[in-house]
Design a protein around this ligand. Structure first.
Ligand code: ARG
Length: 588
């Protein structure tokens, strides 16, 4: 399905060719001066060199071949050689009508690729904290966007379930309850079905163990040994670890579900472990690794590097697997399982060196096809108002569920104080507060380019004015109630007729641009571009709404057409909100 921009490009390309110029010059873009025109083509400017001709001459030649086309209201040339395009109102109405007819609102479908999106990255037994928030919401949006555009996408949570934190918790639990059967090496019976720890125990054990390991050398050594034993299959530890996993995953699923985040695969670092021996052999066969101070390392530096590129450490002298090794083995596993064209890693930008190293080694060792794209979708930090990484009042890292609860509580306060509240039960208000609070958090994050740091400011995020999630939800609620009111009055949407006001034209043209925005957001992996177009659409609609009496309009055809546009805007916003996995309450 071609976007309107692409259709117009085809028309203008044809005109360039007919006038004897190169086809590639015909690219049409949305105008950056909507006061002058709706679309523009700058090809005459770029073509001047190629054809050794003044841009104005080229532009006028092309113009002569476009002038009669009835899809245009006007095509004009402006110095030094811009071609400015305004569509005919009939054509705009026709295109809008096609959009209404189309189940997916004429939004494009791309050639299908298989893409693995690695996002989330929580660590088992450690609580999900705000650092994992960005990975979850940016990753979920990108996954849904890619899927919406027709790709085959696999979202994997990539649990941190195999590292030292597991040994730390095992050792800490052993200190507290040494008599548990899991610690008895001579135990041969079945291990109990019930977990010896709850999620609260885990959240307590980890910080305790982590603190202890910093001051107690001997404890740390024990935890490392426990990690090693676990990774080498000691039965009691494996059984215990499985319980940690169960308890932790159940808790993670709850928090993610609140955010509308949902993974296709709940694989973890441990699942890549069986691929480590094969990986080591490949690296060795390709002579990519060598020993240095007892550690196995691989060089990935290239001559053209302008920053130091340290070697990748594959395994330490004690043989324990490292972060990079696990990621490399995971690549082997993913190629075997899905043979993807692309792998995206939605992970904090501070890990960029790690991914550069891993990707280079993966290519060098031919773990992937030469054309497989490996992409680190890095993101910045969520800061508090002090400009430092977000903390609790007491100074600790805030857990995700506490953060969501605080957004919900703040949203609830606003709803309780509102006019609508009077007709709603407390339960209904609470449900609305959850939906609104979560949209506030998500859009507060996603409106920023992912690479930027931003400040967590609940008051601003919850406002129903400005570029916020609640503003978008509110706009949809208003659209829905307008349609319901119309229906109750017997006024139904009808055929879209030629627009007569600039706001209406601008609104429709904006709707036509959404497909191109989605493709750009997909290519750059920047959800904020979609946010911007949603706010543009919502803003234009609100302007249109204030400028026109829709329901009270006596011209029935006009009213029906406007109602259809209301419906179209509503469908578009809901479709886009769904890419953000964001619901709209029925009222707010
Ligand atoms: N568990 C890691 C952390 O908390 C993030 C994992 C990111 N994904 C990956 N494939 N390395 O920092």
């Amino acid at each position: 399905m071609k976007t309107l921009k692409n259709k117009l490009t085809a028309v203008v390309e044809e005109a360039f060719v007919a006038a004897g110029y190169d086809k590639s010059l015909g690219a049409v873009t949305f105008s950056d001066r909507p006061d002058l025109c709706q679309f523009q083509c700058n090809g005459a400017l770029t073509g001047a060199k190629l054809h050794r001709k003044a841009p104005m001459m080229i532009a006028n030649d092309v113009l002569a071949r476009l002038a009669d086309n009835e899809i245009f209201k006007s095509v004009t040339v402006a110095p030094p050689g811009f071609i400015n395009i305004i569509l005919s109102d009939e054509f705009i109405a026709e295109e809008a009508g096609k959009m209404v007819e189309s189940e997916r609102l004429s939004l494009p479908v791309m050639d299908e690729k298989t893409i693995v999106v690695d996002y989330g990255g929580p660590n088992v037994a450690k609580p999900l904290h705000v650092g994992h928030l960005r990975a979850a919401i940016i990753g979920e949006t990108l996954k849904r966007l890619a899927r919406f555009l027709g790709h085959n996408v696999i979202g994997d949570v990539h649990l941190g379930d195999w590292g030292l934190q597991m040994g730390l918790i095992i050792s800490e639990l052993e200190r507290e309850q040494p008599s548990l059967c899991y610690f008895d090496e001579s135990y041969t019976g079945e291990y109990p079905a019930e977990s010896p720890v709850s999620i609260d125990d885990l959240s307590r054990l980890y910080p305790q163990a982590s603190a202890r390991s910093k001051e107690d050398e001997e404890f740390r050594a024990r935890a490392m040994k426990a990690t090693y034993d676990l990774q080498n299959g000691r039965a009691g530890y494996v059984a215990l670890w499985k319980k940690f996993l169960e308890v932790s995953v159940a808790d993670l699923k709850r928090s993610y579900a609140r955010l509308g985040v949902d993974f296709d695969k709940w694989l973890g670092e441990s699942d890549a472990d069986p691929y480590v021996p094969g990986l080591l052999k490949t690296l060795e066969d390709k002579k990519l690794t060598y020993l240095s101070d007892g550690a196995l390392i691989a060089d990935v530096a290239e001559e053209t590097d302008d920053e130091p590129m340290p070697p990748v450490i594959i395994s330490k002298s004690d043989g324990s697997a490292l972060y990079a090794t696990t990621d490399l083995a995971t690549i082997v596993q993913r190629m075997a399982d899905f043979n993807p064209d692309e792998m995206w890693y939605v992970v904090d930008s501070r890990q960029s060196m790690h991914f550069k190293q891993v990707f280079r080694l993966a290519k060098k060792a031919e773990l992937v096809r030469p054309e497989t794209e490996l992409f680190h979708v890095g993101f910045g930090t969520m800061n508090g108002k002090d400009g430092k990484p977000y903390k609790t009042r007491e100074g600790g890292v805030m857990s995700l569920s506490v953060l969501i609860d605080s957004a919900k509580a703040a949203a609830k306060e606003r709803i309780d104080a509102s006019e609508t509240a009077k007709e709603l039960s407390d339960e209904e208000r609470s449900a609305i507060a959850e939906t609104v609070g979560i949209a506030a958090i998500k859009f507060g994050d996603l409106i920023n380019h992912r690479s930027r740091d931003y400040i967590f400011d609940l008051d601003r995020f919850l406002a129903t004015e400005g570029k916020t999630g609640p503003y978008l939800q509110y706009t949809v609620v208003r659209l829905s109630s307008l349609l319901a009111k119309a229906e109750a009055a017997g006024a139904l949407p009808g055929k879209i007729i030629a627009p007569e006001s600039d706001t209406e034209r601008e609104l429709l043209i904006k709707l036509f641009s959404v497909g191109d925005v989605l493709i750009r957001a997909f290519e750059d992996k920047t959800p904020n571009a979609i946010c911007e177009v949603m706010f543009d659409v919502a803003g234009l609609f609100n302007r249109f709404y204030f400028e026109n009496k829709i329901l009270a309009n006596e011209n029935v055809a006009q009213r029906a057409s406007w109602l259809r546009i209301v419906e179209l805007v509503r469908r578009m916003l809901i479709t886009l909100l769904d890419i953000f996995s964001t619901d709209v309450p029925e009222r707010m």
